[in-house]
Write a protein that binds this ligand. Sequence first.
Ligand code: NAP
Length: 276
Amino acid sequence: MSTRKIPLAGVIGNPIAHSRSPRLHRHWLRKYGLLGEYIPLHVIEDDLERVVRTLPKMGFVGANVTIPHKSSLMNIADQISDRATLIGAANTLIFKDDGKIYADNTDGYGFMANIKQGAPDWNPRAGSAAVLGAGGAARAIIVALADAGVPEIYLANRTRPKAEALRREFGARINVVDWVQAGNMLEEVSLVVNTTSLGMTGQPELRIPLDGLRRGTIVNDIVYTPLRTPLLQTAEAMGCITVDGLGMLIHQGVPGFERWFGMRPVVDDATRAALL
Ligand code: NAP
């Protein structure tokens, strides 16, 4: 009789049925012939701490965390990476052998790896960036852009005080632009990122003027349903280099998978196909 334990991981959220993470991690487990399972876990806020403390006792080696639990995890984890502390949210948990829960945030890594794969010639130090939106995803992306050495970040958000709060937190390299002026900032930059939910299936369209976009500017939409958002379609027609949001979702899963299952997965066309 084998005494081998099957390593388990999963994604904790509410709702969770829509999550594509199970498909992603199961694809990699199959591809590399690894022993393991990855499970969607529907958990309400009141049960979060109890569930997270119990998972390691059930064979879980870690978990991803998604809406609405990314910030709550910060009060539950025993150890938190510097990145997650800076961002104020965690999306990846590692359950250590000594029982400690380690929380990290790989959204910024996923964002950056996606841009590098989609626009390999991009030099972060050579031009500024425009970010639309100042929600949870924007925090991770702004930290990643600043870390990569982007000299100036223009930031526009419908609710301006939220953008100003990010400027106070993350520094003077951020220039806050009024939402109604957002179109103006596109002329100056070599990278544009939509981090709002606008353009997502079921959400309103992103209605900022795009005529300031220049040929060769990299335009990334982190919304990935639909994959080719109206922003990406317009940008492509204007000669921009477009990068969709699916790659960010895939790449943010890489560090967790490697820690849990012992193999760094490759992100390729087959990985994307598994999610589409
Ligand atoms: P969030 O914290 O709720 O932030 C939402 C952002 O969208 C805020 O900046 C909000 O502006 C803006 N917004 C919403 N409705 C708007 C409207 N009608 N007009 C103007 N702005 C509006 O959400 P999040 O977690 O950052 O996620 C944002 C999007 O990114 C979602 O679609 C999510 O699915 C996607 N996402 C993708 C990935 C990936 O891996 N590709 C990762 C994370 C998130 P206000 O501050 O004014 O409300």
